[in-house]
Design a protein around this ligand. Sequence first.
Ligand SMILES: Nc1ncnc2c1ncn2[C@@H]1O[C@H](COP(=O)(O)OP(=O)(O)OP(=O)(O)O)[C@@H](O)[C@H]1O
Ligand SMILES: [Mg+2]
Length: 271
Amino acid sequence: MMTLQATAPSKEVKTTVLKMEHVTKKFGGLVAVSDFNLELKDGELLGLIGPNGAGKTTIFNLITHVFPVTEGRIEFLGRDITNLKTDKIIRLGVARTFQNIRLFGNMTVKENIMTAFHAHLKSDLFSAIAFLPNYQKEEEYIQTMTWELMKELGIDHLADYKSTSLPYGLQRKLEIARALATRPKLLLLDEPAAGMNPDETLELNQLILRIREKFKLTVIVIEHDMKVIMNICERIIVLDHGVTIAEGTPEEIQKNPVVIKAYLGAGDEDA
Ligand SMILES: Nc1ncnc2c1ncn2[C@@H]1O[C@H](COP(=O)(O)OP(=O)(O)OP(=O)(O)O)[C@@H](O)[C@H]1O
Ligand SMILES: [Mg+2]
C-alpha cells in the first residue's frame, strides 16, 4: 500500500515574491522613502505602518511604477521590475487598492469587476473580431468569475447597484474584488479599513485572511487601524519620515519604544 509522506512545512523553502533593495524616492528636496529594504516570501502578510506622510503609499507607488525610484532595485518573483511600466507590472501579478477609492462611478458593481477582467485579459478589438468563438468563451468566463468574486466578497446582492451609491465599506470591498480580477500574486491594500465601522473592520480581517488562502496571495497592508495590523499581520514594518524605524512581530512592535515615540510625537490622529 502506498503511504503519503508528509513534508514538514517548517523546512519548506518559500519563494521570494518581492524584493526591494536600497529603494529611495526623492521629490525635489524631500526624501519620501529612504533606503528601504524588504524581502517578502510567498504567502506572507506584511503590515506597513507609520504616521501620516511616512512614505507608505509612496512604497506602493514605487512597486507599481506610478513613478520611478530615485535609487534602488525592485524584484518581483525573481525578475527586475524597477523600470517596467505599470500595466506590465500588473500583468505580471501585482494588484493594489487605493487610499482614495478609485472606481468607475457610473458603472454598477458588476460592471466594475467585469471591466477589470476585460482590461486584464486584454480582449482587444482584434481578438474580439478575429477569434469570435474564443471571445465568447472569454465573455462566459468573465461572467462566471465576476459572480464568483462578488460572492466571495459578499457583494453579489449589490451586483446592479451603482458603485458610488454604496457606503464606503462596500466600495472598499469592491475595490478588492477589482484587484483580484487581475489574478494577482501580490496584493497591495492601501488603508482598506478606512471608512469602515468596527464590525466591518472585523469582517475585513477575516476577508483578507480568507482571500490570501483561497487565491494564494502574498499581501502588504497599509493601515492606521491597529485592529487590522495587530490581528492579522505576521510581520510589521514601521516607517517614519521615509525611514524604516522598526520591523518585527505585532508583539515586538507594540512594545518598541521608538515606535511609540514616533506615533506620539506625530500626534497620530488617525490611529
Ligand atoms: N507625487 C508626489 N509629489 C511630491 N510629493 C509627494 C508625492 N507623493 C507623496 N509625496 C510626499 O511624500 C511623503 C510621503 O507621502 P505618502 O503619501 O507616501 O505618505 P503616507 O505614509 O502614505 O501617509 P498617509 O498616512 O497620510 O497616507 C509626503 O511628504 C508627501 O507629501
Ligand atoms: Mg498613504
